[in-house]
Design a protein around this ligand. Sequence first.
Ligand SMILES: *Cc1c(COP(=O)(O)O)cnc(C)c1O
Length: 392
Amino acid sequence: MNFEEAHRIRNLPPYLFARIEKIVAQKKEAGVDIISLGIGDPDLPTPDNIIEEMNKAIRNPVNHQYPSSVGMLSYRRTVADWYKNRFGVEIDPATEVVSLIGSKEGIAHISWCYLNQGDTVLVPDPGYPVYAVGAILAGAEPYYMPLHEKNGFLPDLAAIPEEVAQKAKMMFINYPNNPTGAVADETFYKEVIEFAGKYNILVCHDAAYSEMAYDGYKPLSFLQIPGAKEVGIEFHSVSKTYNMTGWRVGWAAGNASVVKALGRLKSNIDSGVFQAIQYAAMAGLTGPQDSVEKMRSIYQERRDMLVDGFNKLGWKLQKPKATFYVWAPVPKGHTSESFAELVLDKAGVIITPGTGYGQMGAGYFRMALTVEKDRIVEALNRIKDNIGKVLF
Ligand SMILES: *Cc1c(COP(=O)(O)O)cnc(C)c1O
């Protein structure tokens, strides 16, 4: 049988890493010891107190039934308390929080709530692919806001053409940023809120990396900026903070009508997050935070090692203040793809071509700090010995 795929799936951007994955498979076949700096997934385990809570909760039959599709009230209260303690933000647990099956799920679904066929949505480029994909699945058309290094990888809102701003219904932003590692300050968020108010745009801020920051830097929540709740919501999850990417639990918080719309959509699609997992996430958010402190110091050490190592090879990289990504330009004479292939072929190291995150990622590559220090040293040595001489 020949099943013709729907336009909505045919219109999805092509999978960009197919070629690299093919080379990886060949290398592995040939017995090459591959070091992957490609994956944005913590290599550290979920903290024990969270596992213990899961163990307990899973034995309670009450938790075996369908959960509330918007999350237990106790879960939403915990999220609200966390916002109060961490950012000084007041959230009404009854109306301003909805649980998500990981923030990615909510990011993909929010477009279904607010975008019709042909609508315009503002999406950062480079950016986490789900913003554009969710919008495309809803039939909308992304307008890509370029993130330039000279602007600290913040979108230049004044550069968005007037007619695009007039048409746009939603905007996605994400700080601390994947893939650039950039952070945003209060001035930027204020500009976003003013812009959104002027053009009646729903702002969706993705704060997945708010707890993964270094050198004492504390990222802001979009919601702590006055007026944010009028114009938007914030997506968050325990995935990166507590090494829980596989558990699939997160939330959206902020504007009550938007939270309600997302909850309404979700009640028609999924049936919420397994309650035992909600309890586990609550244990993370309310329990001892020393594991988070330890995570920061581990990534900070890896970051310093990787950035210092690359700078010795001729790069001039700044150390990112947050996220576990290092975003770097490719050497002259290379494209993102040719450099990623060279590094894989000659050094057995996987880096991600910047073009995987949008056209503006051209000329860059991303490295994730998700391997142990000795593997970072090994990766640096291999790059130095096998290709370092020809780089600059
Ligand atoms: C990892 C990540 C997330 C988290 O996704 P979950 O679905 O909550 O696991 C969200 N946004 C960005 C930009 C990420 O890199």
